[in-house]
Design a binder for this molecule. Structure first.
Ligand code: FAD
Length: 494
């Protein structure tokens, strides 16, 4: 089934321009286009949104939240010429996927990796423009005072061969990684996301992996991806990520992870994105939203709530409902499981004060200490720092509330001095700490990774908590929310 508006439908909806909203909200900051040169995007409008406004109070669709889910929803609306307004509470787009420039360093807000095989991302993003820089396909694991390599045999055959006998796991473990990989490659993503589930730790046990490889490799590697050192996360998510890792490369965009949402936003009309606009309440009967400032926006076709799970739960709980007595179903759990958090500490180092030049991820397989993983970001993407410096990124799992940034940084330095030697680490300069209390929703079983995106006619939700808690899941959910809205509004042509 293709999703598109007929020519007359497109004209009808595009005549309700968002430009009038620019006037009503003067003083608020709009998203400004970046200077990235634009090139092919799969989601392009078939005609510009330039018709004169008919209404001064309404726009077609209002999307709340300019994270990847909201940006994907906006991209799909734009590609169908449906006018929309994207309201974002913070001062920039990207949500959890943002990057800061600090003293010539590119600091992602937390350690994030973009896997090139994410299927939805492949449809929406221009990879060439992102200038993706690859990590080594494997990891170097700190265990028992030494470093041991785990390598992808299809990409680094001789490294993988040499690593067969290292203490990270038995030879059988390493063969089991190969057979697990083949197993996930034979399943579709849909099969994986709907499969029977157990915690990842249980799945690994059932496959036959030894405690050694689970503790020394799977816990720091997948625990770092899920921010879940006990690997309670659903086997569905594990298999989805395992499959993506088998098919694609781990990368960073040269300009930082925030280049991903920036690319999506740069292809939308700048006046359609309103920053610093926090929605305080929803009135479903009026199909309207009120900002914290008291400003009200009304939508013609529907509202898409693309905010984090706790925010969505709050807004839906306080929502003024339809007068028809049929309260909407609430896809957001009333008592969500505790969220997954992380802390990322950055340092700068002189070029001669780092132990390696290669773009490898270091994992803590020792079972001790607070650092879960670390890497030298400029080894992956030199643009992450000034020419004469190295950017060091160390990640911890959990929120470490009650511990000061200074204390945490000192503990990280002490721990990494044990790994690499005080003569190197002692010279590193502290740059910044990012504490992300809500990095991902908790996706331990029971999960439903195929949740409905429809709350009621005219109200839809999007966000990573509705599907896989990944960049890809967020992009998928933005599309699915738009599809649900279009189905309700019968704007779909088969
Ligand atoms: C440190 C870290 C590392 C990660 N690493 C990876 C990784 O390596 N690979 C991967 O695939 N995924 C990773 N993730 C997960 C991934 O970033 C998320 O799953 C995804 O970005 C979620 O997107 P979203 O649009 O659903 O939510 P969000 O990005 O949270 O967007 C929600 C937006 O809604 C806005 N908002 C909230 N309330 C309101 C309101 N009332 N009014 C207006 N706006 C509002 C917020 O400001 C925000 O911009 C990581 C996440 C973090 C934090």
């Amino acid at each position: 089934m293709t999703l598109a508006l007929s020519q007359s439908q497109a004209l009808a909806v595009s005549s309700i321009s968002v430009s009038h909203l620019t006037a009503r909200t003067s003083g608020r900051r709009h998203f400004s286009r970046l200077s990235i040169s634009s090139s092919s995007s799969t989601a392009k409008p078939s005609q510009p949104l330039s018709s004169p406004p008919l209404s001064r109070t309404k726009t077609g669709v209002i999307v709340v939240g300019a994270g990847l889910a909201g940006l994907a929803a906006a991209t799909h609306l734009h590609s169908r010429n449906i006018p929309f307004l994207l309201l974002e509470a913070s001062d920039g787009v990207g949500g959890r996927v943002r990057t800061d420039l600090v003293d010539g360093f590119v600091l992602d807000r937390g350690f994030q990796i973009f896997i090139t095989s994410y299927p939805e991302a492949q449809k929406l993003l221009d990879y060439r423009e992102l200038d993706l820089r690859k990590f080594y396909s494997g990891a170097r694991i700190y265990f028992d005072g030494q470093f041991h390599t785990v390598a992808d045999p299809l990409r680094h055959f001789s490294d993988a061969l040499q690593s067969l006998t290292n203490p990270i796991g038995s030879v059988l473990d390493k063969l089991l990684i190969g057979s697990t990989r083949l197993g996930v490659l034979t399943k579709s993503d849909d099969q994986i996301l709907r499969a029977d589930e157990v915690p990842t730790s249980e799945l690994l046990k059932r496959i036959g992996f030894s405690d050694s490889i689970v503790g020394r490799f799977f816990k720091p590697f997948f625990g770092g991806i899920f921010f879940d050192p006990e690997l309670e996360t659903t086997s569905r998510l594990f298999e989805f990520i395992f499959k993506c890792l088998a098919l694609g490369d781990n990368t960073l965009p040269a300009k930082g992870i925030g280049a991903i949402p920036d690319q999506l936003a740069s292809k939308l009309p700048p006046s359609s994105i309103l920053l610093n606009s926090r929605v305080a309440s929803i009135d479903l009967e009026e199909s309207s939203l009120k900002l914290e400032t008291g400003e009200t926006f009304q939508s013609e076709f529907g509202l898409i709530l693309a905010v984090e799970e706790p925010q969505a739960a709050k807004l839906l709980a306080g929502m003024k409902r339809n007068g028809n007595g049929n309260g909407p179903g609430n896809p957001v759990p009333v008592r969500p499981k505790p969220a997954r958090g992380t802390v990322c500490v950055y340092f700068s180092a002189d070029r001669d004060k780092v132990p390696v030049q290669d773009p490898v991820l270091f994992l803590n397989g020792s079972g001790q200490g607070i650092v879960n993983n670390m890497f030298f970001a400029t080894n992956v993407a030199p643009s992450y720092g000034p020419a004469d410096k190295v950017l060091v990124s160390a990640s911890l799992i959990g929120s470490f509330e009650g511990e000061s940034d200074e204390n945490l940084a000192a503990r990280v330095v002490a721990e990494l001095s044990g790994w690499f030697g005080d003569s190197l680490v002692g010279s590193w300069k502290y740059l910044r700490t990012y504490r992300i209390g809500f990095a991902q929703p908790n996706q331990s079983p029971p999960t439903d990774l195929m949740k409905s995106h429809r709350v009621d006619s005219g109200l839809y939700v999007a966000g990573d908590y509705l599907t896989s808690a990944t960049f890809d899941g967020a992009l998928v959910s933005g599309r699915k929310a738009v599809e649900a809205l279009l189905r309700d509004r019968a704007l779909i042509q088969s």
